[in-house]
Ligand binder design. Structure first.
Ligand SMILES: NC(=O)c1ccc[n+]([C@@H]2O[C@H](COP(=O)([O-])OP(=O)(O)OC[C@H]3O[C@@H](n4cnc5c(N)ncnc54)[C@H](O)[C@@H]3O)[C@@H](O)[C@H]2O)c1
Ligand SMILES: O=C(O)CC[C@@H](O)C(=O)O
Length: 410
């Protein structure tokens, strides 16, 4: 069915080398204008490219701030081809009428496997032994080397990744305790710690799996590190802003902690050719990885399909199911109707003005869907109308005060 806005005109901007599966998913759905970049873009270029785009796909390095989003006059939707969505100003995107989608589970297992491997490596003192061997040294000794079996793993943030780490760790005979701000169902024999301090005092290995939020910024600093057992190990594959990296470096220098594995950093290089700078560089007892917790081919391939499919579904059908910042509506197909989308500020009177418009025009509504949150309302209206009528209705809807975005679908 033709509309006022042909699919071939929709510009898709994909950054940071998202999986080719994403490109393929868009192509198979009939999208032809796909601009693909291997890296993130410098801010000025990002603004210029985003200004042209209808759909933008990023990973963790591109920051879609309020300033960048202010340029995005044509933007329909954003896809984060990862779990974290902290790099997008979600509230601003919402108030611009732009839903944001992510892949909440596609790399969960990859992160959990890496964390478990790191726990074993750290418990055996492998990072420092490996470094010494590379320098021509030899320390055949059991000193400071331990089995994972019987040790206590403290998981902070017992969500998708934290629970997976716990399940894997139990299979090695570790005892799992966790701390979360929400009440959580324990998997296996894992038990909630009485408090964060309790977890820190009891754990041989502490692993962080919280999202980046105002509450988790620097939540793990000198105070928390001091409460960890002497000789304990810290793993962070969550977000770099969660751990005070200088405090961690100091605890490693003074040997309060025996080692650490860090995948995420407060400041990360923009691309693979940029230098990496950290106070942890050169410490043999630290495993440093370049934010690759979720970077397996399996995970990236699945993420490519999952997020692109969500973007296509929203663009083609209007469904916002699983959007992270937006009222969620799961919509049926609309083979015999034209579908009008209306996103508005959630203020009194908008809905009645929308309905007045249809009754005044004597236009039959085949189906209507509505979902709201305190800021935004999302109304989907299926109508029996021809192309010209649908286009006129879209213009009339756009003129209603409080309107953020309108569209007619295929
Ligand atoms: N290193 C990587 O490549 C990589 C890959 C995927 C995800 N991540 C990061 O890992 C984070 C966690 O992912 P997930 O899928 O497990 O998320 P999730 O939302 O399933 O779990 C996060 C858990 O943290 C808890 N939490 C939030 N604030 C907390 C606080 N202040 N103290 C204690 N617990 C708190 C939540 O209640 C939730 O249970 C993501 O937000 C992302 O930033 C990193
Ligand atoms: O792929 C990325 O850039 C981010 C990976 C990870 O941190 C996530 O949030 O899923």
């Amino acid at each position: 069915m033709k509309t006022s806005f042909p699919k071939q005109d929709i510009k898709v901007l994909l950054l940071e080398g998202v999986s080719q599966n994403a490109v393929e998913t868009f192509r198979q759905a009939g999208y032809t204008q796909i601009e693909y970049h291997q890296k993130s873009l410098p801010e000025a270029e990002l603004k210029a490219r985003v200004a042209e785009a209808h759909i933008v796909g990023i990973r963790s390095r591109s920051h879609l701030t309020a300033e960048v989003l202010a340029e995005a006059k044509r933007l329909i939707a954003i896809g984060c081809f990862c779990i974290g969505t902290n790099q997008v100003d979600l509230q601003t995107a919402k108030t611009l009428g732009v839903p944001v989608f992510n892949a909440p589970y596609s790399n969960t297992r990859s992160v959990a496997e890496l964390v478990l491997a790191e726990a074993i490596m750290l418990l055996r003192g492998i990072p420092q032994k490996n470094a010494l061997c590379h320098r021509g040294g030899w320390t055949k000794s059991a000193l400071g080397s331990y089995e994972a079996r019987g040790k206590t793993l403290g998981v902070i943030g017992y969500g998708h990744i934290g629970t997976q780490v716990g399940v894997l760790a139990e299979s090695l005979g570790m005892q799992v305790i966790f701390h979360d701000i929400e009440s959580k169902l324990s998997l296996g024999n894992a038990r909630a710690a009485a408090s964060l301090d309790d977890l820190l005092e009891r754990s041989d290995v502490v692993t962080l799996h919280v999202p980046e939020t105002p509450a988790t910024q620097n939540m793990f600093g000198a105070t928390q590190i001091a409460k960890m057992r002497k000789g304990a190990l810290l793993i962070n594959a969550s977000r770099g802003t969660v751990v005070d990296i200088d405090a961690l470096a100091e605890a490693l220098r003074t040997e309060h902690l025996a080692g650490a594995a860090i995948d995420v950093f407060p400041v990360e290089p923009k691309g693979n050719d940029d230098p990496f700078v950290s106070p942890l560089v050169g410490m043999d007892n630290v495993i440093l990885t370049p934010h690759i917790g979720g970077s397996t081919l399996e995970a990236q391939d699945n993420i490519g399909i999952e997020v692109a499919a969500k973007l296509v579904r929203y663009s083609d059908n209007g469904s916002t199911l699983s959007a992270v910042n937006f009222p969620e509506v799961s919509l049926p197909e609309h083979p015999k109707s034209r579908r009008l989308l209306h996103i508005h500020r959630n203020v009194p009177g908008v809905l009645s003005r929308i309905n007045e418009l249809f009754s005044a025009g004597n236009i039959n509504i085949d189906a209507q869907f509505l979902q709201t949150d305190p800021d935004v309302g999302y109304v989907v209206i299926d109508v029996s109308a021809d192309e010209a009528q649908a286009s006129a209705l879209k213009d009339q809807l756009a003129a209603i005060q409080g309107t953020l975005r309108t569209r007619v679908l295929y």
